[in-house]
Design a protein around this ligand. Structure first.
Ligand code: PLP
Length: 352
């Protein structure tokens, strides 16, 4: 508390990002980054970048990147909006579409940034509970609302909705914006991008941070009807008109152009995930069926918090949430084969 803070700032309860420690080298399985480097084309693009370009402001609309993304998703450029990380894109979405008289809806267990945006932008929300298997109960969303946001696959459960479910959700909600946060979609779920031409209230948000190994450059984007995209541009141009640096734009385009490397990387994670899940189960964990680059697991006898602390002592970071319903689960990012092997070995020692 400080007497210079506004009432709004005093009341905030900001998002706590996963630890990014600088004190020692950890095996980092706590923030769902990729264990692999980005496409070699990204480093070529960075190395050949003409630094004299940095004297100028970048293209405010990131047109080249927008076109590359539109082509990749078989959309038109006016159906794509790019921002400085999907967190920023989501913030613009909340401001553009969710400040309504009715409450918005998102699951009780989902991305913990959503309630933070609600308090920053003073948006009312309700959180329908996931069922006992941690699945979204769709009927809870068949009600009047000021907007809906659901991660697909959900975080931190990793469980995905089918495309048919998202279609039902959209068919039953024609009067508010429905946002599908697809941060993890490339690891085995179906993208709702193919429904965009059918539903003018659908916005799909994706990121370069997970499946493209580019968390460090902060690029995210939204796909949807041109009028929704225009709404986002209005917010962006009232906040920061040059969000993407020219250097980052060049790196992002190079990544999108290397579809083969991208697909291979996703497939490696999917393979490593199934091996990791099996091994965790053999150590006494129950593991939710994941379509993401992490698994959500609970041990039969050992407390999650103790496991988290003991792993940390051994130089391995995983994510532990001290929260209702999920306080005995660990969220473990799928690492490289070596990292996963080190995690499993440490768990064998801890569990005896
Ligand atoms: C990681 C994540 C994001 C944010 O990604 P950035 O593009 O790095 O800001 C958004 N939504 C969910 C569900 C995430 O897990």
């Amino acid at each position: 508390m400080n007497r210079y803070w506004s009432n709004l700032v005093s009341a905030l309860d900001p998002y706590t990002p996963g630890e990014q420690p600088r004190d020692q080298q950890y095996i980092k399985l706590n923030t769902n980054e990729s264990p692999f480097p980005p496409s070699p084309r990204v480093s070529e693009a960075l190395q050949s970048f003409d630094s004299s370009r940095l004297a100028r402001y970048p293209d405010p609309e990131s047109r080249e990147l927008v076109i590359a993304l539109a082509n990749r998703h078989q959309l038109q450029p006016d159906q794509v909006f790019v921002g400085n990380g999907s967190d920023e894109v989501l913030a613009h979405c909340f401001q553009a579409f969710f400040k309504q008289t009715m409450s918005i809806l998102f699951p009780d267990i989902s991305y913990s940034f959503y309630p933070v945006y609600c308090s920053l932008f003073q948006i009312e929300y309700r959180q329908p509970a996931l069922d006992e298997n941690f699945r979204v109960h769709l009927e809870d969303y068949y009600t009047d609302n000021g907007g809906i946001i659901i991660p697909n696959p959900n975080a931190p459960t990793g469980i995905a909705l089918e495309l048919a479910d998202i279609r039902s959700l959209l068919s039953r909600n024609r009067d508010s914006v429905v946002i599908i946060d697809e941060a993890y979609v490339d690891f085995g779920a179906q993208s709702a991008c193919q429904l965009i031409n059918e539903f003018d209230n659908l916005l799909v948000v994706q990121t370069f941070s997970k499946s493209r190994s580019l968390a460090g450059i902060r690029i995210g984007y939204a796909c949807g009807n041109p009028l929704l995209i225009e709404g986002l541009q209005r917010v962006k141009n009232s906040f920061n008109s040059y969000p993407i640096s020219s250097l980052n734009q060049a790196a992002a385009i190079a990544s999108v152009e290397d579809e083969e490397y991208f697909q291979e990387g996703c497939q490696k994670i999917i393979n490593n995930r199934s091996h990791l899940s099996q091994q965790l189960e053999s150590l006494g964990f129950s593991v939710l069926p994941s379509s993401a680059n992490f698994v959500f697991a609970e041990h039969a006898s050992k407390k999650a918090e103790d496991l988290y602390l003991q792993l940390k002592e051994q130089g391995i970071l995983v994510r532990y949430f001290n929260k209702p319903r999920i306080g005995n689960h660990l969220r473990i990012s799928v690492g490289s084969e070596t990292e996963n092997a080190a995690l499993l070995e440490a768990l064998r020692v801890i569990l005896g």
